[in-house]
Design a protein. Structure first.
Length: 755
């Protein structure tokens, strides 16, 4: 393979995330060697079924499949095939039972999966509601949201070898008694930030929501109704929360189980972190995507779909993915057993928007949706045919006779097709992501010495140069405006065809998703992008349309709905769009000579912490701590206090500092009953807020001790939206990020929030 066929950005991503490195972090393999490594490791599975198999021929086929950039497997396969880790699956679903032992087994198993490079999906619907009686202890249950926070903290602690991060999906049934708490559990953008969340919607709930009727809340333990809510009001709360910051999404549980091929093994309760792969507990998703830009051929001056090449590619890809299941080293043996029993694979696509551009078809057209349905029907039918062909020599999946397919032609894989997000893979392939429209056609990218470099969609660049329309000034205008729609110097046909994500009406986004869903075994990952001025009714319309059009779920994102989001279009790295601002350096005011304040003694999990908060006429200006003779983390507490002091003297609001520190959890503290803080930083936050409240009230209110009968909650100020946990710019390279495919990705370095 000629390395020149892969773009510079793709080379950077491969070197940073995929190529093998030595103990010192030095890259020790080439891109060509990576593809040979993967092809050889995956092809070896042929020997499991035929001692005389020509494994070298299969290796060559798989190598050509990938190096032609016609197909790429999911990232863990590229990273780990033929290497010691050997874990090739993207995501897993783990059960969360209603017992302390079972919950923490799930936490442990999730940590092992994250360590191996995978993401995890959970349904928390089995956990009894907050306040329910726990007979074994005589206490009361804390509810599913509290345990989600435990999973979140565990995820935060796990590093995945520097290549992938822990990503989780948390799902709660809409009829769970704690559904209202769950809907709002991510209203603060720095809360539970290692989870995407979705509501598990039932058909009965949707019928009640449309008619304004009440519905039952069901006790997970007794399965009895324990309350009723108005379905329309709950649906409106879901819409409102999604409008505010994009979460929660929704999945239609009854539809997932309608297509559950092996209901004898249980109900589908959850999906992987991006919502496109419904799985039974302990199943894994083994995914790969066909690059549609390579599935075209020239007919005269025009492009057309090359169906013979597409058929060849689908068949080779199904063979590849079936082999992955056999050579995979699973993080838990139980996962290996369950995965091999159903042999589910998920063949999807990328480069859809680019294909439409080359064909001259607008993304937001009826013609585009019609082609989507035709194309996916062909891929799905061909994929199933190839799976049946494999079953002739390899046998059907072991649970075939217990499945809904029993009695029909044996098939190798219980499911064959899935449309997943392809953020990093599409960078390698040099195409648009998944089935998303192009987010923006021109970016401004910062390189060394603050030099600006234009990143231009290759299809647009080709068309403009062919028609003699390319100028650098025009590219900068497109980057600034984020769309071609207002560039009057461009011909109308180009402006109508080259639509970006925000040119596409939300209804058109949804109809495109539905078109692909009609011929996809599993589900379709897509983000419906809204402009900043979209209304609640706009979001409600999309949710209802997704329901009526047969989608299995829907995720939305309204531009700018998360505070302090850096504009993704027309912006230089790390900067918002130009506006009159004060560029002067922020300098904290000097510590005053004389202060007054309070020192509070707080019991923490490993001893005593003394917290001093001082203030002057301008407000709180100093925080410092000291520990008692027993235990504590003095250096950590001192660092927290110093940074809080600097922030407060620099004009950062008390509420903002409080919101960053509150609720941080330490095992030494949370495992002891009767304490009124969850960690040293949490205690510091509470005392800061208490003193601030005292100052704001004109010193009319006496301070109450944190450990006394009057807890700090009586003095807690209203929380304000925080942004520390939300991703607005790439945390690795500082470039703008995009919301697509139910996830957040950086097109510059390949960072993905979902791993």
């Amino acid at each position: 393979m000629a390395i020149s066929e892969i773009g510079k950005n793709a080379v950077d991503v491969l070197q940073k995330r995929y190529l093998a490195k030595d103990e010192g972090g030095k890259v020790v393999e080439t891109i060509d060697e990576m593809f040979r490594r993967v092809a050889g490791a995956v092809a070896a599975a042929d020997g499991h079924y035929d001692q005389n198999a020509n494994i070298q021929a299969t290796t060559d086929t798989f190598y050509q499949l990938m190096t032609d950039l016609r197909f790429l497997p999911n990232s863990p396969t590229l990273m780990n095939a033929g290497r010691p880790v050997g874990q090739l699956s993207a995501c897993f679903v783990l059960p969360v039972p209603d017992s302390m032992e079972g919950i923490f087994d799930a936490v442990k198993n999730a940590a092992l999966i994250h360590k191996s490079g995978g993401g995890t999906g959970f349904s928390f619907s089995r956990i009894r509601q907050k306040g329910a009686t726990v007979k074994s202890t005589g206490g009361v249950a804390s509810g599913p949201v509290s345990f989600m926070r435990v999973f979140n903290v565990a995820t935060e602690a796990v590093k995945q070898g520097g290549t992938r991060r822990g990503a989780n999906m948390g799902i709660l049934r809409v009829d769970h008694p704690d559904i209202l708490e769950f809907i709002h559990c991510k209203s603060q953008n720095n809360d539970i930030n290692n989870f995407n969340i979705s509501i598990g919607i039932t058909e009965a709930f949707m019928a009640a929501a449309e008619s304004g009727q009440e519905y039952d809340l069901i006790d997970p333990k007794s399965k009895e109704a324990v309350g009723r809510l108005n379905a329309k009001k709950v649906f409106d709360l879901i819409v409102d929360a999604a409008w505010r910051n994009g979460e929660p999404g929704i999945i239609f549980l009854d539809r997932l189980n309608r297509d559950n091929v092996i209901p004898s093994e249980g109900e589908i309760e959850s999906t992987n972190p991006c919502g496109e792969q419904p799985l039974l507990p302990y199943e894994s998703c083994n995914l790969g995507s066909i690059n549609l830009t390579k599935m075209l051929k020239k007919q005269g001056k025009n492009w057309a779909v090359d169906y013979p090449l597409l058929e060849k590619t689908v068949r080779e890809a199904v063979h590849f993915l079936d082999n992955v299941i056999d050579v995979n080293t699973y993080p838990l043996e139980k996962i290996g057993e369950v995965t091999r029993a159903s042999r589910k694979i998920g063949l999807g696509i990328m480069g859809w928007a680019d294909m439409l551009l080359l064909l001259g078809i607008p993304y937001n057209s009826d013609e585009g949706a019609a082609l989507a349905e035709k194309l996916m029907r062909f891929i799905n039918d061909t994929g199933h045919d190839e799976s049946r062909r494999l079953a002739v020599t390899r046998g059907a999946f072991p649970l075939f006779e217990k499945s809904t397919l029993a009695g029909g032609t044996p098939i190798r894989n219980a499911t064959v097709t899935t449309i997943a997000p392809t953020g990093t893979l599409s960078i390698i392939a040099g195409c648009s992501s998944g089935i998303e429209p192009v987010f923006a056609y021109v970016y401004i990218r910062n390189i060394m010495d603050n030099t600006e470099m234009l990143e231009i969609n290759p299809v647009l660049l080709r068309v403009l140069k062919e028609r003699g329309l390319y100028t650098e000034a025009l590219m900068k205008k497109i980057a600034k405006e984020g769309t071609l729609a207002h560039c009057e110097e461009l011909p109308a046909d180009i402006r109508q065809t080259f639509v970006c994500a925000h040119d596409v009406a939300p209804v058109a986004h949804t109809k495109m998703q539905a078109a692909f869903q009609r011929h996809t075994d599993n589900a379709v990952s897509k983000t419906v992008n809204f402009t900043k001025d979209a209304t609640l009714d706009d979001v409600r319309q999309v949710y209802l349309l997704a329901y009526h059009e047969g989608c299995k779920g829907v995720t939305i994102y309204r531009d700018g709905s998360r505070e302090m989001q850096v504009l993704n279009i027309g912006s230089v790295k790390g900067k918002e769009a130009p506006a009159p601002v004060d560029d002067s350096e922020i300098v904290p005011r000097p510590r005053p000579t004389i202060t007054q304040g309070f020192t509070e003694k707080v019991h923490i999990g490993c001893g005593t912490l003394y917290i001093t908060v001082n203030y002057d006429n301008n407000g709180i200006c100093e925080v410092f701590t000291s520990t008692g003779k027993a235990g504590g983390c003095p250096s950590q507490s001192e660092a927290t206090a110093r940074l809080a002091s600097i922030a407060l003297r620099s004009g950062i609001s008390v509420s903002e500092v409080y919101d960053q520190l509150k609720g941080i959890r330490c095992p030494s503290t949370i495992r002891q009953q009767g304490l009124h803080c969850t960690s040293c930083p949490d205690a510091i936050a509470q005392v800061i807020m208490k003193v601030s409240k005292y100052i704001d009230d004109g010193k009319k209110e006496d301070l109450k001790p944190l450990d006394g009968p009057h807890s700090v909650s009586a003095h807690k100020a209203a929380a304000v939206p925080a942004t520390a946990g939300e991703i607005h710019v790439c945390p690795e390279c500082g470039s703008a990020v995009e919301h697509e495919g139910g996830c957040v990705i950086c097109r510059t370095c390949g960072f993905s929030k979902c791993g």
